[in-house]
Design a protein around this ligand. Structure first.
Ligand SMILES: [Zn+2]
Length: 315
């Protein structure tokens, strides 16, 4: 939520609280009196501190009177069956009173959580992909467990570096369908999202549709188009699934080249998942594009029997 929205919501909460207290005091006049007396005592305490007390009461007496009033209030709340916090502002987050920040620049956990949820929504990940994490990636489905242990390690190292903002090679995950590439892509995405960074995860077809739409609609909706393209070019981590399944036209090659070039210039990492081998990518695209795809990446080869098949046969 933008800061303006947050400030507005705080004001609404405070207005709602004032209204609630007014009604409460109207209905139960003694509660209004108590509230007034407590305010007077608070004022007297301040005055006493400056040596200007008017009531002729000591600190101790003032404190006692205050305690007695609070106890009476509590008793009345009980008697009238009122919630104990009825005369307080009902913040969503008590810790930061819905400010989102605890100090200058220090984000509250509620804001971090909101940002994570927002990032997840914008990431393009399907809800079921939320469950695909490093922890739920099981080696037992693989015959060559050593290889997959190493692949898993490389993916975690990559995700750690992305989260830390360190320079890293990109990842190129290649191999047949059903060998766990998508699971690991999702796991990387979830890991990076959890750290509070933004991620975009798209199938190549969807991504190209988006680029096309932005280019063609540019004049109609310049702002939206620019924002969407910027998001693709500048997101902390871009994950492209199924590279190589697109129809490779001049437009597509041009756009991919531009995209990767932009991200290289801004030192922003990406992950590519594909059924094609690095050689096949080399054949499919001209050198300057395949150099950017393969030359900047660590290649992780997925092989072996499809785990979908194994899950069916082994149960
Ligand atoms: Zn908070």
């Amino acid at each position: 939520m933008p800061l303006a929205g947050r400030a507005l919501r705080r004001q609404q909460k405070i207005a709602e609280w004032e209204k609630r207290v007014q009604e409460l005091h109207k209905k139960y006049p003694r509660l209004a009196e108590i509230s007034q007396l407590i305010a007077q005592i608070s004022m007297e305490t301040v005055l006493l501190g400056m040596g200007k007390g008017k009531m002729g009461m000591s600190w101790e007496e003032l404190n006692k009177a205050r305690e007695a009033l609070l106890a009476e209030k509590k008793g009345l709340f009980n008697q009238y069956n009122l919630p104990s916090n009825i005369d307080e502002v009902w913040w969503d987050c008590e810790k930061c009173e819905d400010r989102g920040f605890l100090g200058v620049g220090e984000k509250c956990t509620c804001l971090l959580q909101k940002e994570r949820e927002e990032h997840f929504k914008l990431s393009g990940l399907a809800p079921e992909q939320k469950e695909q994490t490093f922890n739920t990636f099981s080696l037992k489905w693989y015959e060559d467990q050593e290889r997959y242990r190493e692949i898993l390690k490389q993916c975690i190292e990559f995700a750690d570096k992305v989260c830390a903002g360190e320079k890293t090679e990109n990842l190129f995950l290649c191999g047949p369908v059903g060998t766990g590439k998508t699971h690991l892509c999702s796991a990387i995405a979830n890991y990076v999202l959890q750290a509070g960074l933004d991620v975009v995860y798209l199938k190549i077809g969807t991504m190209l549709d988006l680029i096309r739409e932005c280019k063609y609609n540019f004049e109609k909706n310049e702002k939206l188009s620019t924002e969407q393209l910027q998001n693709l070019y500048r997101v902390s981590l871009l994950i492209i699934d199924d590279l190589g399944t697109e129809v490779s036209t001049d437009f597509v090659r041009e756009q991919l080249f531009y995209l990767f070039d932009e991200r290289i210039n801004y030192r922003l990492p990406w992950v590519i998942s594909t059924n094609l081998s690095p050689n096949e990518i080399g054949t499919m695209y001209e050198d300057r594009l395949s150099d950017r795809i393969i030359g900047t990446s660590r290649v992780l080869k997925f092989t072996g029997t499809s785990i979908r098949q194994l899950k069916i046969t082994r149960g």
